[in-house]
Design a protein around this ligand. Structure first.
Ligand SMILES: [Fe+2]
Ligand SMILES: [Fe+2]
Length: 138
């Protein structure tokens, strides 16, 4: 089955571990989407509940890394992560009985990943490169 949700190459960073995390999150969304397409609603619920802990752990990883390299924009980035988590928590609590709502939630989850990359992670990637941090190339 062709994956419906796809991270364009322009959203790849030079920091491979972070890219891998982002792809892992997109993979969860695609598994949810596949489950939905085959009307496997239990499987959908099983998959979707792995998303929040995974993205929360990704954010913690980024913040720890930023703190370790004295990233000057850490507070802004942390606020941005927190806003995404609050929104995701609200979404998880919402009624998702209809297939349309389930699909809408998947699109919003994908949007959170895109916004994390475009509005925050890309700036951090630039910072790592500008400061010649070797870890960026790992
Ligand atoms: Fe990220
Ligand atoms: Fe981030």
């Amino acid at each position: 089955m062709v994956s419906k949700f796809h991270l364009p190459d322009a959203f790849l960073l030079r920091f491979k571990k972070i890219d891998k995390d982002h792809q892992g999150l997109v993979d969860v969304i695609n598994r949810c989407d596949d489950a939905l397409s085959s009307n496997s609603f239990n499987k959908f619920e099983e998959e979707i509940k792995t998303f929040y802990p995974l993205i929360a752990s990704h954010f913690r990883y980024e913040e720890a890394l930023m703190s370790a390299v004295d990233y000057d924009d850490l507070e802004t980035h942390r606020d941005h992560h927190l806003a995404a988590l609050v929104n995701l928590r609200e979404m998880c609590k919402s009624n998702r009985d209809s297939i349309e709502t389930k699909r809408h939630i998947l699109i919003s989850m994908f949007d959170k990943i895109i916004m994390d990359i475009a509005k925050a992670d890309m700036m951090f990637d630039e910072f790592l490169i500008e400061n010649d941090y070797k870890l960026a190339k790992r």
